[in-house]
Design a protein around this ligand. Structure first.
Ligand SMILES: N[C@@H](CCC(=O)N[C@@H](CS)C(=O)NCC(=O)O)C(=O)O
Length: 202
């Protein structure tokens, strides 16, 4: 199995399936492509691996799977024993809902507070649109933590938590003030050995 990823300081999309593969505990080869290179060099570096011209991409069993969510769903089916989604159907539906809300939304937060693991904490004033994203994310987190009993959104660490780990880095980097249960969740995500390994490499 080979996961093609982008620069670890910035590539939120790459971090998600990487965390999921580490959670599964399966051996995989990591192929790194430098993002933000001049003269279309990034696209030229990605295309031999990923026909979409984007990372991440997973190569397995003769397949090339692109898009972080599609990769994670593939892994959940390939490794059902890893419990990457909650076993309870209602909790699973809500975990998927939260994952998709992240995957396709929160544009203001993403634009205003990019993941930048190389910089120290730099608190900033948030726009109203980003503040609304922060409030909605906390609503989602509080609901799932209460329903599952924690420590992660669906109970054990799973795909939904991998999707919100880059958000946790953004909250930390930009000094976003959070409710206690949400701050504790951020602290748990950012203290996980797999995340620390990624951050050290970044
Ligand atoms: N929705 C896609 C987004 C993938 C994406 O935008 N990847 C960025 C890096 S994080 C990329 O490959 N950019 C290519 C470039 O910068 O040329 C996913 O979930 O995988």
């Amino acid at each position: 199995m080979e996961l093609v990823i982008g620069t670890k300081r910035w590539s939120t999309w790459s971090l998600r399936p990487w965390l999921v593969l580490r959670q599964i505990g399966v051996d995989f080869v990591e192929t790194l492509v430098d993002l933000r290179q001049a003269d279309n060099q990034t696209r030229a570096g990605i295309l031999p691996h990923s026909p979409s011209g984007l990372v991440p991409a997973l190569k397995d069993d003769g397949l090339v799977i692109v898009d972080s969510l599609a990769i994670c769903e593939y892994l959940a089916e390939r490794f059902p024993e890893a419990g990457l989604w909650p076993s309870d159907p209602a909790l699973r539906a809500l975990a998927r809902s939260a994952t998709c809300e992240m995957h396709s939304g929160f544009q203001a937060l993403r634009q205003e507070c990019p993941m930048a693991l190389e910089i120290d904490v730099q608190p900033k004033d948030l726009s109203e649109a980003t503040q609304l994203n922060v409030e909605r994310i906390q609503e989602v987190w509080s609901d799932l933590l209460a329903r599952s009993g924690g420590p992660f959104l669906g109970g054990a660490f799973g795909i939904v938590d991998a999707f919100y780990t880059p958000v946790a880095t953004r909250f930390r980097t930009y000094g976003v003030s959070l409710k206690p249960d949400c701050q504790a969740y951020v602290d748990r995500l950012l203290a996980r050995p797999d995340f620390l390994a990624w951050a050290a490499a970044a």
